[in-house]
Design a binder for this molecule. Sequence first.
Ligand code: HEM
Length: 528
Amino acid sequence: QSTYINECGARGSSQREWGVHVQPALLASFLFLIFLEACLWVRNLRQNRRLPGPFAWPVVGNAMQLGSLPHLTFSRLAKKYGNVFQLRLGSSEVVVLNGDAIIRQALIRYGAEFAGRPNFTSFQLVSGGKSMVFGSYNTVWKKHRRIALSSIRTFSTANSQTKKRFEAHVMEEALELIQTFIHQTRKHGYFEPTHELTVAAANVICALCFGKRYCHEDMEFKALLGKVNRFGETVSAGSLVDTMPWLQAFPNPIRRIYKDFKDLNREFFEFVKDKIIQHRQTFNPEVTRDMSDAIISVIEHGTRVEDGLTKEHVEGTVNDLLGAGQDTISASLHWILLLLIKYPHIQVKLQRLIDAEVGRDRLPTFEDKSKLAYLEAFIFETMRFTSFVPVTIPHCTTCDVMIDGLHIPKDTVVFINQWSVNHDESKWKNPEVFDPSRFLDDKGAIDRDLTNSVMIFSIGKRRCIGDQIAKLQVFLFTAILLHQCTFEANPADKLTLDCTYSLTLRPLHFTICVKPREDCKDKVSTRS
Ligand code: HEM
């Protein structure tokens, strides 16, 4: 007992001594850092070296101010500091661009100047360091992007035959999705559609890349995809993984996020490498079976040597396409289902339109798009209203550049706030209201000027290269789902539009029940 008291006493007094000496020193250092930061801030402001923006605290900068939905914080700050403002996240100075005019000026007029990617450690990890999506802007990167883009086109929109083949992949997936939806409804009543939508989206891009799809119950595929939507937690705007590297030194949520990111990157890349090895072993220069063959053919067997691109770029490219083409499509389908059950009158209107234009004897196809203006308007409004990729992948400046009279030095990290373009009150009437008819003119035709104003695929040199196939896929999935089924909300769910952010925005938990439409039951069930 006495030993215990003595020990406690001894520890207590040494702690007090430590406190007496060290705490004032810590406090003094902290105050000194704040003072230093304030002096630098005032000096930079006087010399016009710092862009407008909120005061950045020592060490953390503005990291604590971002909140869970950074695009909303950026839009709020833009109202106070203007459409070009500066933040500091840990050690990185970040410029945030907002609003249609500024973003177009930066990404189109000064396209090359804003086309870089930050030199973040996490970016170097993706696709074994040979990623095009996360790679720096240079001559090799341009060749890499051209190859990726042409391989997508070859297997989708290149000509009417390739388009038909692509259409067949999407149709097959949409019908499989309906089967599993109906199965889940029979088994559980209301269910969460996340797994089914993730597999459907992944299968379309797997069919293009590997000529192979996976069944919804495949446990290996399920485990792989289960983690993929966590990728964005590390690489999205506002992630602290790269801007505060010292957080990796002790246990905390950011260290866990980075560990998960490394693990899922490794697993995903192993999966891709395995498929590419199989493709190399069975490669036949006379027959290009899928995008992997097409990329192997250009990089490894091309008549024109693609300087700077190595064998490892094959795996890198396929890994990029698989990653980029999966999470985004699955996020868009989540939002579409949520909006269909939230606004049942819009669902009915869409079904009536599809029935009238397509009929009940066949499934909708890509060719029906021109007759289904309200459906296209619904999809554009979903993209605008939710802005489910609210901020692009972080950019960085490739040289010193002036924008809106403000000087941005080379190698500055740049966040592009797409959400601010889609919710700009000077451009959109009642931007906070979900209204597909805003995209239709007096005659009920699509207003192309307006649809082109929606910013979700970014613009300029880093614009998404999957935008065409993404729009086709989302159109056909939605048309077939509505043609075949009715979607109902769970009365027990509070149907909110609240969401989580990690590169893409995803709705919080919601459940649905899916009923085959009367005259379609046979068509769906006879497929199995
Ligand atoms: C609705 C679906 C999609 C949306 C909303 C979307 C959006 C985006 C956005 C915002 C970026 C970042 C651009 C930037 O950093 O400025 C991007 C990049 C990219 N996307 Fe998509 N995407 C979609 C589907 C796809 C698909 C299906 C593919 C391919 C199969 C794809 C391939 C890529 C690639 C390779 C990049 C990197 C481009 C670069 O860094 O140069 N995306 N996408």
